[in-house]
Design a protein. Structure first.
Length: 271
């Protein structure tokens, strides 16, 4: 009798449902996973002549910083300066001329303590590969067979400003006026020469090295124009100060310097 009673109690216990925790998911209900953290997007306004070097730096930097996405705004330094002055979003600015950075520092849009000269470049004259015009000096640009000479718009394109300065010092600026073809940035100058729409053009050495369709006719005398300096700085209006500073610091690293050197830039003495 006792055995039968114990067996009955045991069997009835086997049929009881086990209590479930209050936070356990109900039948048919999926558990919610935490959403992945959004990437911080940095807008880098940079001189067009830095395009190739910065694209390579972007790949290296993003691979080591999964939470960062770099968005580049390439163009003429003067135009980029104006965009920042007008409130266009930008976190870091890389100019092809010190004057554009100085203008932003003077207007308190870039902190003087968070900008510095990063790179140095050289001005050269390029001609189409296989071109017929014999160009070896600034004076050769006056030859009849040189019908068009491309330069960046001097007011907004630093390379154009340097070219105007060099031509003025060589006493060729006025004489060459009928031949000059103005471009929106130094990369457009390169395109004009590559396509044969200009028999010669003033570009940076680094731009000349990127193209197999042009060759360097001559290096412009460095005594005839100001040193080509590329300052980098953090825009005060950035909403990502920490991330902008980290990228600004990386641009000064040996790893970044090696990439810039690969594309023909030089690092200022003492850096």
């Amino acid at each position: 009798m006792l055995f039968a009673l114990s067996l009955a109690i045991g069997l009835s216990g086997c049929g009881e449902a086990k209590p479930t925790p209050a936070d356990a998911p109900k039948s048919g209900q999926e558990t919610k996973q935490a959403a992945p953290a959004e990437k911080v997007e940095l807008t880098v306004s940079a001189a067009a002549s830095l395009t190739d070097a910065l694209k390579e730096i972007q790949t290296a930097y993003e691979s080591k910083n999964a939470g960062i996405k770099l968005n580049f705004n390439f163009g003429a330094s003067g135009a980029l300066q104006q965009q920042i002055e007008q409130g266009a979003p930008a976190d870091v600015f890389l100019s092809a001329a010190a004057k554009n950075m100085k203008a932003l520092v003077d207007k308190q849009l870039v902190d003087a303590a968070q900008q510095k000269n990063l790179l140095v470049n050289e001005l050269v004259v390029v001609v189409p590969e296989g071109g017929k015009a014999q160009v070896g000096t600034v004076d050769d640009l006056a030859k009849p067979e040189v019908k068009h000479v491309a330069i960046g718009e001097p007011e907004s394109v630093p390379a154009g400003g340097y070219a105007k300065e060099a031509l003025t010092n060589a006493k060729q600026w006025d004489a060459l006026q009928p031949k000059l073809v103005m471009a929106k940035d130094v990369r457009q100058v390169l395109t004009y020469v590559e396509s044969g729409n200009a028999e010669a053009g003033f570009v940076y050495k680094t731009d000349a090295l990127t193209s197999k369709k042009v060759k360097i006719a001559f290096n412009v005398d460095p005594k005839t124009y100001k040193s080509v300096e590329y300052p980098a700085g953090i825009v005060k209006a950035t909403k990502h100060a920490k991330e902008a500073e980290a990228f600004y610091t990386y641009l000064q690293s040996k790893e970044a310097a090696d990439v810039f050197a690969k594309y023909g830039f030089t690092i200022p003495a003492g850096k």
